[in-house]
Ligand binder design. Structure first.
Ligand SMILES: Nc1ncnc2c1ncn2[C@@H]1O[C@H](COP(=O)(O)OP(=O)(O)O)[C@@H](O)[C@H]1O
Ligand SMILES: [Mg+2]
Length: 258
């Protein structure tokens, strides 16, 4: 599968946030980085159809604006940045609801099998009968990730999926997403802040800066001290570890970049 974004421009009323974004995204993990408020969430919302930008977004040549709501729900899995957890549903019920587009009047054995499999993979099967209200922020985040994965989407959009998770869960979730992306040929786009996690798990990185794509490509070519200084206003040391993955050590904030 291939997703082509052509001349994407988006404004909230009169304030333009994204301007002339052109991107080609293949079946792989693409991580979108950039400072707070640069438009990462806005870009993901445009791709999943929640926002209507100018320009075109084509999936294998077809404009995603022409997908019906049901088609889009089946193809695109979207994990929002903010997660609402104030319901009395159990974890199992909430995750089954992630399959809403395919559920009929009765829940089939297949639906239940897939749901339990995803709960197992995320290590939260033990929470299946607990109410969402009783969970910690990190546990709720895992439930939200499960809700997206049970849809078996072809395009996986995740907005800061690891922001509430401890170090072990961050690594486990990203490893799982990487494996699923490979095995199922998914187009996976993840917005995140942690440059070292991005460096390790991304096949490609897209850097947003002032509404535009400032740089994109392999982690080692994009995550340079120059780019980090220009985009974040931070002086950083960048080395390369034994796997060829860039390692970023921030040193100090520099304010001369504006
Ligand atoms: N619903 C909205 N209405 C108006 N402005 C918004 C809305 N959502 C986001 N913005 C603004 O758009 C810009 C980009 O936001 P966002 O895409 O959430 O950035 P990021 O995810 O990179 O932090 C910010 O300046 C933000 O204040
Ligand atoms: Mg955001």
């Amino acid at each position: 599968m291939k997703l082509c974004i052509e001349g994407l421009t988006f404004a909230y009323s009169s304030r333009t946030v994204l301007e002339q974004i052109n991107l080609e995204v293949n079946s792989a993990i693409t991580v979108v980085i950039g400072p707070n408020a640069v438009g990462k969430t806005t870009l993901l919302k445009c791709i999943c159809g929640m926002l209507k930008p100018r320009g075109r977004i084509l999936l294998d040549g077809r404009d995603i604006g022409t997908f019906t709501g049901k088609e889009a729900a089946r193809i695109v899995g979207y994990l929002p940045q903010e997660i609402y957890g104030g319901t009395a549903l159990t974890v199992l019920e909430a995750v089954l609801l992630g399959k809403l587009h395919s559920l009929r009047w009765r829940v089939s054995d297949d639906d239940l099998d897939i749901t339990l499999e995803v709960l197992e993979e995320l290590g939260i099967a033990n929470l299946a009968l607990r109410s969402l209200r009783e969970l910690s922020g990190g546990q709720r985040q895992l439930v939200s990730i499960a809700q997206v994965l049970v849809q078996r989407p072809g395009i996986l959009l995740m907005d800061e999926p690891t922001s509430n998770l401890d170090l072990q869960h961050q690594l486990e979730i990203l490893t799982l997403i990487k494996r699923m992306t490979r095995e199922r040929g998914l187009i996976t786009i993840i917005a995140m802040h942690d440059l070292n996690l991005a460096a390790r798990y991304a096949d490609n990185i897209v850097v947003l800066h002032q509404g535009r794509v400032y740089a994109s490509g392999r982690p080692a070519s994009v995550l340079t001290a120059e780019v980090i200084r220009a985009v974040y206003g931070v002086e950083a040391r960048v080395s390369v570890d034994g796997d060829g993955v860039p390692l970023i050590t921030p040193v100090r904030s520099v304010r001369d970049t504006k």
